[in-house]
Write a protein that binds this ligand. Sequence first.
Ligand SMILES: CC(C)(COP(=O)(O)OP(=O)(O)OC[C@H]1O[C@@H](n2cnc3c(N)ncnc32)[C@H](O)[C@@H]1OP(=O)(O)O)[C@@H](O)C(=O)NCCC(=O)NCCS
Length: 235
Amino acid sequence: MIEELLPPGVVAVEAFHDLPDFPLYPEEFEVVRRARDSRRREFATVRWCARRALARLGRPPTPVLPDAHGAPQWPDHIVGSLTHCTGYRAAALARTDDITMLGIDAEPNEPLPACVLETIALPAEQRLVAELTGTAPGIHWGRLLFSMKETVYKSWYPLTGQRLDFEDATLTFSADSPRYTARVRIPRPAPRSPGVHIWEGRWLCRGGLLLTALTVTRNGTGHPEPNARDVALGV
Ligand SMILES: CC(C)(COP(=O)(O)OP(=O)(O)OC[C@H]1O[C@@H](n2cnc3c(N)ncnc32)[C@H](O)[C@@H]1OP(=O)(O)O)[C@@H](O)C(=O)NCCC(=O)NCCS
């Protein structure tokens, strides 16, 4: 499903069940040695997804270890993102020759826990969520907004090394379009900032899941069918 949200050049592999005994590299196992079984299984299954995606990019299997802030570290010239939630695991990878920023996220299509929306959403986003909840109630718009913000973070941090707070990104979206706009207000200049601050991502709701993706291609577009709104609008 996630592949539908990604441009050519991005390889995505997903799983809807955990693999019982997928072998981790010793250094990967060390990361989750003390974790709950469920965490170990999701960690292993998403790395199975990553290894298959790497293979499809013509690259050998390799450990996928987190950096100090949890971001997966990829082989040279590879960019990628991982996600897992109940009933879903996915990896999306690409060559840095094609894609400069890549983030994916999956969430259950369920309400956010109480008070979370107020923590993660700006006032305008809260109004948008309230409006869409009234007009298109089949989708948990607050949870979708959360997923979009996670995707922005997962694509931005590995490129820049810069952490974002929830109020640093403003998301706009509607029930009529599979596209959303992410406007990132950079709190301070990032050493490797791509210099653009508005991107277009994609989302879908299917099978009880909300999926979001954000990619920026080497030529600066957010998706392979560029129009005026697709192109990152540098500020
Ligand atoms: C890190 C974070 C984004 C993970 O998202 P999540 O929805 O909780 O979890 P998911 O299962 O979808 O994704 C987990 C994967 O994200 C990846 N990840 C973790 N930290 C990351 C980071 N700093 N950058 C990129 N990817 C990261 C990891 O691969 C992780 O899987 P793994 O631990 O098995 O390797 C989230 O926990 C977090 O810290 N959010 C706060 C920051 C934020 O979102 N700000 C919003 C700014 S607009």
